[in-house]
Design a binder for this molecule. Structure first.
Ligand code: F6R
Length: 240
């Protein structure tokens, strides 16, 4: 696992964009795995900027998102469908037919998405990380070989995500559909981004701790091509 420590959020976004651009320029039909949340916003801004400056086109890029809430309409402002369209897809030339975001609420829907992602073969998967070490919505103790499935969100994740719902945790959905850890590990390359001091403990566990289902992201230690990009605050607890 490569660890890159950057001065600040801006430098993190530029570094992540460099890695994305490398993959996009290396293939005719590159496949990206995408995440939502506040962490990848800097990267998505860099992607939009490159498109606006006519440096890049995303017409041939296929995308698979990690997860989606259950119980929010697609056009709800906090659905991950809306998030991706507002922050990336609507500002660039991604083709709607190349975009995949999980939907549905049962095991059959989850298996259908799993099949699509596996057949799609993600070249580069972008990840954020939850304070409890979750990746996608794979909370602690999710089996490392899990595939796309329906999850109950933990109280910690509901509290963390309440900031997107006017601070009201009763408005946060309690269930989601998410790629499993096994699905994520299937990507050829993985880039996990973490920003801020709230992520310092889970980053220490991910990078220096035991590979354990208690810290879902620690499985990245076993991936042949995983990079972790951190700002100084998220890296603060790593051994120097
Ligand atoms: C979102 C996702 C989550 C987030 C994580 C961090 O698609 O899969 O695992 O990456 O909850 O969220 P932020 O970036 O908001 O701190």
């Amino acid at each position: 696992m490569n660890v890159i420590i950057c001065k600040d959020e801006k430098e993190v976004a530029k570094k992540a964009f460099e890695l994305v651009e490398k993959v996009l320029k290396s293939k005719e039909n590159p496949v990206l795995g995408l995440a939502t949340g506040s962490t990848p916003l800097g990267l998505y801004n860099e992607m939009v900027k490159a498109y606006q400056n006519k440096e890049i086109s995303y017409q041939n890029v296929v995308t698979y998102n990690l997860d989606e809430y259950i119980g929010l309409a697609k056009d709800h402002p906090e659905s991950y469908y809306s998030f991706m369209h507002t922050n990336l897809f609507d500002k660039t030339d991604f083709k709607e037919s190349n975009i995949h975001i999980p939907e549905g609420s049962n095991q059959q829907d989850a298996l259908k998405y799993e099949d699509e992602v596996v057949k799609g073969q993600v070249d580069l998967q972008i990840l954020g990380i939850g304070r409890n070490g979750h990746i996608g919505f794979n909370e602690p103790n999710t089996p490392f070989d899990s595939i796309t499935h329906i999850v109950d969100l933990t109280q910690e994740t509901i509290e963390d995500n309440a900031r997107f719902f006017d601070g009201d945790k009763s408005l946060v959905p309690t269930k989601a559909i998410t790629m499993g850890i096994g699905t994520i590990m299937h990507a050829k390359e993985i880039v996990l981004i973490a920003l801020g001091s709230a992520k310092a403990d889970c980053i220490k566990d991910t990078v220096e701790g035991a590979v354990s289902e208690q810290t879902p992201a620690s499985i990245l230690q076993k991936h042949p091509n995983a990079t972790i990009i951190l700002d100084e605050l998220a890296a603060a607890k790593l051994a120097k």
